[in-house]
Design a protein around this ligand. Structure first.
Ligand code: ZN
Length: 89
């Protein structure tokens, strides 16, 4: 059997890839489900994951949207203050 055609997988491989850690320690790299960051086998499948606003899945709230937004805001304020201090000195 001859392999006389050139494989053209470049465009296909530019699609977002799954970043789940495999047992060998590398990333999965299977195509991610549209609109998600994981493939169909690593939590990207339909109806997988906790429903939005699921309070049963909440333990400390460190990773909620609100907590992340608050951290971002604090970080921005500190960055602005540092910039101002640099300009004054
Ligand atoms: Zn995967």
């Amino acid at each position: 059997m001859t392999r006389d055609h050139i494989r053209n997988t470049g465009a296909m491989m530019t699609s977002p890839r799954c970043g789940a850690a495999t047992r060998s320690g590398t990333a999965c790299r299977a195509p991610a489900v549209q609109g998600k960051t994981r493939c169909r086998m690593h939590g990207g499948a339909r109806r997988s994951g906790a429903p939005r606003g699921n309070q049963n899945a909440r333990t400390h709230g460190e990773f909620t949207r609100d907590a992340a937004a608050e951290r971002r805001q604090v970080r921005d304020v500190l960055e602005d203050a540092r910039k101002l201090l640099r300009e004054l000195s």
